[in-house]
Ligand binder design. Structure first.
Ligand code: BG6
Length: 463
């Protein structure tokens, strides 16, 4: 098998605003749901300082240029632009991202911007968040503002990060559980908001391209029992296809509709929705991939409550539909997430055959407790191995005909994990701080930095 990536393959790395920026009240920023989120574990840091990328962005982008990145995926904090979610623009916030974009371009890096990554303005949440239609309107205004402000320089956009994981793992990501009826009304609003973003991007930005950014990973049946296969059909639909079918085909698929019916969920549509759904589509799909999921058909309730409490999804349970199952054929990382590089190839092939759209991977990576040695090094061989194995499957997928045009792993720089603090690190660049002590926030290049730098330079996966 060839070890060489196509010459025009885009090499990148990704971050989100709230997990890196800090400066949570700087220059007029308002509070987001990530700033106010109730936390079950106070031993880990919150997002108030994170890795202070807000003040270190020049240094960080310089390092990313040294890494050789062609694209840098980051999100804009909605509350820097509209501190209350809507209304008057906070010019300081708008100017900040203009500076960030210009710095990227100066360093030869193309920015890819995610409109929103888990950090809804708290002021909108107080009005009902994604459960109410007015949030769709506020999002549309916000997206329009970004397209008008940055569209001359930023041509690739991503809509709303992982709406699927945000809704499925609501307790961990938002700090509270959303009742099922409300959850799927939120689903509809999130997906309609995305449709407005597709529309506006195409109308306002010359050569602008936009894609959805869900977390997609295939769901395997635990056994060859037909009932387990049904369980995987339903969870594939609820976890993966419901979102992309809406984005790419403009419809609710039948398995998902059946799931909603059986759960007694009814979605309210606004009069314009049907037309909107079927009129605006993405140019590409951005997908995040960490692990695959395995399910069986639940036979008895086992005292488990319905829901999903971890993204890794072994503890999912929806009575009557599916229940997480430990796949005995897969290894796990130290945070209990299964590792399945072969599953990435299968996921890419399935995705491409379903939608026939170009794909970019915008997250993939290994969360680990890295150690900084006394002489300022980080020997993260485990991360190199993880990335190498997944990239090898990307190459196989490309050879098998998948139009995969880029890879932007998680994460460019260490950041605060969604619910496991700064001790769970993902970056190519180490930031010296721990859960309680921010220290000097000094940056160090990890071994994976040099490995990725060489890969980008040569387009060649080392043997
Ligand atoms: C993705 C999110 O779901 O997973 C990221 O888009 C997140 O924001 C990443 O950081 C890894 O998850 P965690 O829980 O390890 O931070």
């Amino acid at each position: 098998m060839s070890k060489t990536f196509p010459k025009d393959f885009l090499w990148g790395a990704s971050i989100s605003a709230h997990q890196t920026e800090g400066g949570y009240l700087a220059d007029g920023k308002g509070l987001s749901v990530q700033d106010t989120r109730p936390r079950d574990n106070h031993e880990i840091t919150d997002f108030t300082v994170a890795v202070d990328h807000y003040h270190h962005y020049k240094e960080d982008i310089r390092l990313l240029a040294e890494l050789g990145l062609q694209v840098f995926r980051f999100s804009v904090a909605w509350t820097r632009i509209f501190p209350q979610g809507r209304g008057e623009i906070n010019q300081a916030g708008l100017a900040h991202y203009k500076d960030v974009i210009n710095e990227c371009l100066r360093q030869g890096i193309e920015p890819i911007i995610t409109l929103n990554h888990f950090d809804l303005p708290q002021a909108l949440e107080d009005e009902g968040g994604w459960s109410v239609r007015t949030t769709v309107e506020a999002f549309t205004e916000y997206a329009k503002t970004l397209f008008e402000a940055y569209g001359d320089r930023v041509k690739k956009w991503l809509t709303i990060n992982e709406p699927n994981i945000m809704l499925l793992v609501d307790q961990k990501i938002l700090g509270h559980s959303i009742p099922l009826q409300e959850k799927y009304q939120q689903f509809h609003h999130l997906m309609i908001a995305e449709k407005y973003a597709f529309k506006l991007c195409h109308e306002l930005i010359e050569n602008g391209k936009i894609g959805p950014v869900p977390n997609i990973s295939l769901v395997y049946p635990a056994t060859s029992k037909p009932a387990d296969n049904q369980a995987s059909l339903y969870f594939n639909s609820v976890r993966n296809w419901a979102y992309l079918d809406f984005s790419c085909f403009g419809r609710y698929n039948t398995v998902f509709k059946d799931y909603l019916n059986q759960q007694g969920v009814t979605i309210s549509f606004a009069p314009e929705d049907e037309e909107l759904m079927q009129a605006h589509f993405p140019d590409f799909i951005a997908m995040n991939f960490y692990t695959t999921v395995t399910v069986e058909k639940p036979v008895k309730k086992d005292g488990m409550s319905d829901g999903i409490s971890d993204q890794q999804s072994e503890d999912i349970m929806e009575w009557g539909f599916y229940k997480g199952y430990t796949n005995p054929f897969l290894q796990k990382n130290e945070f209990n997430w299964t590792i399945d590089p072969d599953g990435l190839k299968t996921t890419l092939q399935t995705l491409y055959d379903r939608y026939h759209l170009p794909i970019i991977i915008t997250e993939n990576g290994l969360g680990a407790r890295d150690e900084l040695t006394e002489d300022g090094q980080i020997h993260d061989t485990y991360r190199i191995n993880y990335l190498q194995q997944h990239l090898s499957q990307c190459l196989e997928a490309i050879e098998a005909g998948v139009d995969l045009f880029g890879y932007s792993p998680w994460s460019a720089i260490d950041l605060v994990s969604v619910h496991e603090g700064i001790s769970k690190r993902y970056g190519f660049i180490y930031v010296d701080r721990d859960e309680k002590d921010e220290k000097q926030l000094a940056r160090y290049k990890k071994d994976s930095f040099y490995w990725y730098q060489k890969l980008i330079e040569t387009h060649q996966l080392p043997s």
